[in-house]
Design a protein around this ligand. Sequence first.
Ligand code: GDP
Ligand code: MG
Ligand code: K
Length: 321
Amino acid sequence: RRTINVALVGNPNCGKTSLFNIASGSHEHVGNYSGVTVDAKEGYFNFQGYHFRIVDLPGTYSLSAYSPEEMYVRHHIINETPDIVINVVDSSNLERNLYLTTQLIDMNVRMVMALNMYDELEASGNTLDYMKLSELFGVPMVPTVSRTGKGIEDLFHVVISIYEGADFLDQKGKVRTEVLNDLREWHREYVPGYTGGAHKEEEVRHHGFYRHIHINHGPELERSIEEVKRVISENEDIRHKYSTRFLAIKLLENDPDLETLIKTLPNGKEIIDVRDQESRRIRDVLNEDCDQAITDAKYGFISGALKETFVDNHLDKEHTT
Ligand code: GDP
Ligand code: MG
Ligand code: K
């Protein structure tokens, strides 16, 4: 029996603990482990022939170094290396929730999104083309209601298929033919939007597997990110442990924790120099501080994606801002 390590990551109050309780069941859940100021709960369960270890992480809006919760979640992802992150979001509050998602994408984690509180989205009369949103973010998304358990099985089927997708890719990154048929069955049954039937590897991959996308921060920031990434990437150990893109973005945001780490590297000074140079350049060309520019770019990406996929049917009545 293989173990899949799963971590729940999301804003406060989006339903992580409810999802955790439903998935692990009260009888199977085991202890706590704690950091200095925050706790994470860990549980176990079996599903579809797999053993799951699931961790309910503290709620966070971001993965910066500004609060103990953020640091805890970030360290968990980097050091415990969960096989799959379940990014739990409150579907009735997408704009704010998706900000964290953009940072998880920067971290290059394999993930699936639980579009939780989907009942509230439906009750609101607003509509979301989540298949399209899923494509734009390059992250599989599954509507869930963790208060009742609706969608949770689907969610874990997708977790399994992402997990297997990684294991069953050959060296060229193609799905091995011997597992393709099994995967097709799963997808036909469980993956929203998968039309099935077609013997197209592309389609299976598209709907079930983790895809690489980058949040595009615009040409100037992307240039700076590439520059910083280039000097960071000279360090082989760092390259293995971290997403160099995440490190570059965080350095450009003046993240104190990661700056400390970078300064311990043989070429740490060079990296910080390049970062400083790029920060100044950004301030000159974009007329704002680099960290603010990055935040704006992320929200720009989110609002662009929501414009294409989300219809607010109460816009006239309720939105005054
Ligand atoms: P956490 O802070 O992310 O762990 O969120 P909780 O699991 O504690 O949930 C916060 C509140 O939202 C609780 O009152 C839950 O009962 C409620 N809740 C959780 N999931 C859902 C859902 O899918 N739909 C609705 N309507 N409420 C939910
Ligand atoms: Mg909780
Ligand atoms: K890497």
